[in-house]
Design a protein around this ligand. Structure first.
Ligand code: EPU
Length: 340
């Protein structure tokens, strides 16, 4: 089924809780529905395809068409004693899929528990948390472009990197993800080395998929605000990547600076730490606030507009640049299809 809505409020389609409208909003249930929309030229410019709206910041009303997939199938494609290949529709809620994996004793997705959003966007954004990125379990990504041409991208052709894939490139703008194939392990295996996972798990009687999932829920719950209670889009900024020389310079003034080595000369610095050190943790500008427990997250304390959130983001970026000489960039996708 295809549903059309005109002059439609996007409030329930963005976790920041920004009250803007789209001229047109179209939701479709199946791949065939999407082909029908393409065939009948309903996908006209400007348009934007959204997922769960958990990584978006709308700055204005969207004067165009917003598309949303509700393709919600989960189907086993291949299975043997070691692993399973499962094809998942773009509109499946990400955490419902993780719950499905845990219920079926498929290993690999559990560290990504409780991340808001949907399966299609997970493959675009390469979502990551607690030592796992979704690319680690992706086998391939099935797409169609707005001319109706289908293409499957094997994982190695997706150019996956930290919060990045080929699908973020401007020339891929007209490519829509329809489903994602994941390969999951049927043999017991865990990734428990990131942060406080082991410490959290020590409170459980045993290490099991269910308990790892619950431990991740507990850790996230202690730091990240629930968007159902307080509007937010998770990490607002990406963690910046600097070279070794820059790290050495920073360590002279801040010997305690946390960092992760990505490659020989690529060091990831937690933006949350930079923001906290520049004094912004818990601070507000109007209705936009830096979360008290994780400075990487900006929250909407009431009726913030996209512009309110951007004013806070700009002030933070200026402080971090002045104090550390590092540019931090939004991870959240800022949407301004009309001049700000
Ligand atoms: N830190 C601070 N102050 C803060 C926040 C963090 O000092 O206010 C320090 C922590 O003490 C720690 C380090 O920064 O030493 C890293 O913190 P954390 O483990 O919370 O992770 P992060 O780098 O801040 C990233 C992801 C999160 C993901 C966590 C856990 C990005 C942009 N964010 O945050 O992803 O949940 O790791 O793996 O990479 C999201 O993308 O929306 C998101 C929440």
């Amino acid at each position: 089924m295809i549903q059309y809505f005109d002059n439609y409020s996007l409030l329930s389609h963005n976790t920041f809780g920004i009250d803007v409208k789209a001229t047109r909003f179209i939701e479709y249930d199946t791949e065939e529905d999407l082909y029908e929309l393409i065939r009948t030229n309903q996908i006209t410019l400007p348009y934007l395809h959204i997922g769960g709206g958990s990584n978006l910041l709308f700055v204005n009303n969207f004067e165009g068409t917003i598309l949303h997939s509700r393709i919600n199938t989960i189907r086993i494609v291949e299975e043997n004693d070691n692993d399973v290949l499962v094809k998942v529709g773009s509109g499946v809620v990400w955490d419902d899929f993780v719950a499905h994996c845990v219920a079926n004793k498929w290993y690999g997705a559990e560290n990504l528990s409780n991340i808001p959003g949907e399966v299609g966007a997970s493959a675009v954004q390469n979502i990551g948390a607690y030592g796992v990125e979704v690319k680690d379990i992706i086998h391939s990504v099935e797409t169609v472009n707005i001319k109706g041409e289908q293409k499957t991208y094997l994982r190695n052709n997706c150019q996956y990197a930290y919060r990045y894939s080929i699908f973020k490139e401007p020339e891929m703008k007209d490519v829509i993800v329809t489903s994602v194939c994941f390969r999951l392990n049927k043999k017991e295996s865990y990734k428990l080395d990131y942060g406080t996972i082991r410490a959290e798990l020590s409170g459980f009687p045993e290490t099991s998929l269910k308990n790892v999932r619950q431990a991740i829920f507990n850790i996230r719950g202690s730091k990240l605000p629930d968007p159902a209670i307080q509007g937010n889009a998770g990490s607002f900024f990406m963690n910046p990547i600097v070279n070794k020389q820059k790290l050495i310079t920073l360590q002279k003034d801040y010997p305690e600076i946390p960092f992760y080595e990505l490659g020989a000369d690529e060091i990831k610095i937690p933006a949350g730490w930079l923001i906290e050190k520049s004094g912004w943790k818990g601070k507000s500008i109007g209705p936009a606030k830096v979360h008290d427990k994780q400075a990487l997250v900006l929250v909407n304390t009431g009726k913030a507009s996209g512009k309110d959130i951007i004013a806070l983001s700009d002030a933070i970026r200026t402080s971090v640049k002045e104090q550390f000489g590092i540019e931090i960039k939004p991870e959240v996708y800022i949407i301004t299809n009309v001049p700000m």
